[in-house]
Design a binder for this molecule. Structure first.
Ligand SMILES: Cc1cc2nc3c(=O)[nH]c(=O)nc-3n(C[C@H](O)[C@H](O)[C@H](O)COP(=O)(O)OP(=O)(O)OC[C@H]3O[C@@H](n4cnc5c(N)ncnc54)[C@H](O)[C@@H]3O)c2cc1C
Length: 416
């Protein structure tokens, strides 16, 4: 695995600032504290009972529409001019290739402008950041920052597959029930300790427990009736009500589990295995020969998984099952995880990571530890495209933390 040039101690204060802006607790690694903060009644967690299992909690931010939240403040800032609907089409380098001279921008209704500045920060997200660097190739024919052929490579997402089911016993802590934890705006999952991950050479893996109270067809019928997709009295409505009546027990337990803050144990849990991807140079953004409405070449994504990813899914599931059996939590009905199974079920989470990764030296990546493009004096990149590895948690808080750090760095550079 490539090393992050920036260590935890250096980024931690910025992550704490990001947590404050996103309105979540910064006690990320203390699940008990997060549960207590959100008022979840907690049974004993796996962490105290198993040497290898660890609770991985995700807090769901409540006030995350950053546009409306910061719109007025940004608009009132004397240092900022904000342009909506203006698309960056090319980053233009000076003829020596060492600095950006200006940006070419265009609107869909035909206006074209150039933007000039001392410093530029590209924050268009992982696929678009890579596309812009690769297609801005009039001075450097391989694209900007791409002397060592890293731009666009190592594309990663947080992947998941559904496989196997878990029949819980009374000892299984309710806090891990996805629907129950959702009532408290968090989800609690089971992964592994760092020691275990290192010893077994695994990628970051965790398992999510999705409760099932009834036959999927009944659940679907209930969704149609509840969400008012058809008028009462329609044939389809009556058919769905009849389906629900055929499984009154499951429907009742499901409904109670959504309205009460008392946990109601499901028939079983579907296991959702979630995994960070290993960085893979062949998983990449490539430039097609198709053009968009502004005449720019469109990106294609060649998203791939490695055997290493499949192995971590497989061992992750096996060890969850064996530990749960040893703890007396219940029984896992195992499906064998193979490459074919993973390929037929894998999905991402819209977490685009990699493509302009951070590295100490230009030979290993695209941006340096301050997110400046290697070899280009005034061009920075913000966002998860700079992450060398994906980790297991949602990327946005790390993006915000690193971007606060980047803003401070640029401010200091301009003041110097
Ligand atoms: C359905 C969904 C659910 C998600 N859930 C979570 C979650 O639970 N937790 C989590 O951590 N993350 C989640 N994510 C991921 C999260 O949205 C991203 O990590 C985050 O938005 C990335 O921030 P960013 O500012 O780098 O990029 P973006 O938010 O994508 O912002 C990039 C901006 O650049 C603009 N832009 C792009 N190209 C150009 C161009 N050529 N010219 C001008 N402007 C341009 C875009 O319009 C956009 O405003 C989710 C994403 C999706 C889609």
């Amino acid at each position: 695995m490539p090393k992050w040039p920036v260590g935890y101690a250096e980024i931690a204060p910025y992550i704490a600032k990001a947590a404050e802006q996103l309105g979540i607790s910064s006690k990320f690694f203390d699940p008990q504290a997060i549960f207590e903060n959100r008022g979840v009644p907690v049974d004993e967690l796996v962490d105290r009972k198993s040497e290898i299992l660890q609770t991985k909690v995700f807090q769901i931010a409540q006030d995350i529409r950053l546009g409306p939240k910061y719109h007025d403040e940004l608009g009132a800032s004397p240092n900022l001019r904000i342009y909506h609907h203006l698309n960056l089409t090319q980053v233009r380098l000076r003829s020596d290739g060492k600095e950006v001279s200006h940006l070419d921008c265009a609107t869909l209704n035909g206006r074209k402008v150039q933007v000039r500045a001392k410093v530029f920060a590209l924050c268009c997200h992982a696929i678009e950041n890579a596309r812009l660097l690769l297609t801005s190739n009039d001075v450097m024919n391989v694209g900007i920052g791409n002397a060592h052929d890293h731009v666009g490579r190592y594309f990663m997402d947080h992947t998941h597959i559904f496989a196997s089911r878990f029949i819980p016993g009374p000892e299984f802590p309710a806090a891990y029930d996805r629907m129950y934890a959702d009532l408290f705006h968090l989800n609690a999952n089971v992964g592994f300790t760092d020691d275990f991950i290192r010893k077994e050479k695994l990628l970051q893996y965790y398992c999510r427990f999705n409760p099932v109270y009834m036959d999927p067809r009944t659940r679907e019928a209930m969704g149609y009736v509840r969400d008012g997709f058809m008028a009462p009295g329609d044939f389809a409505y009556l058919r769905d009500v009849a389906t629900m009546l055929g499984e009154v027990g499951g429907v009742t337990r499901f409904s109670l589990s959504r309205t009460n803050l008392r946990h109601i144990q499901p028939d079983y849990y579907e296991l959702e295995h979630r995994l960070e991807q290993a960085p893979n140079p062949d998983s990449r953004v490539v430039i097609s020969d198709r053009r968009d409405a502004l005449g720019s070449l469109i990106a294609d994504l060649d998203w791939r998984i490695l055997d290493e990813d499949v192995r971590s899914f497989k061992i992750g599931q096996e060890r969850i099952a064996s530990e749960f059996a040893a703890l007396g939590y219940g029984r896992v009905e195992l499906e064998e995880i193979t490459r074919d199974l993973v390929e037929s079920r894998i999905a991402g989470h819209y977490h685009q990571i990699g493509t302009t990764r951070m590295s100490d030296v230009p030979e290993d990546g695209v941006v340096d530890r301050n997110q400046r493009v290697h070899g280009v004096g005034n061009l920075y990149i913000g966002g998860s495209s700079v992450f060398p590895t994906a980790g297991y948690s949602g990327p946005t808080m790390m993006i915000v933390g690193f971007t606060i750090r980047l803003a401070e760095h640029i401010e200091k550079q301009l003041a110097a």
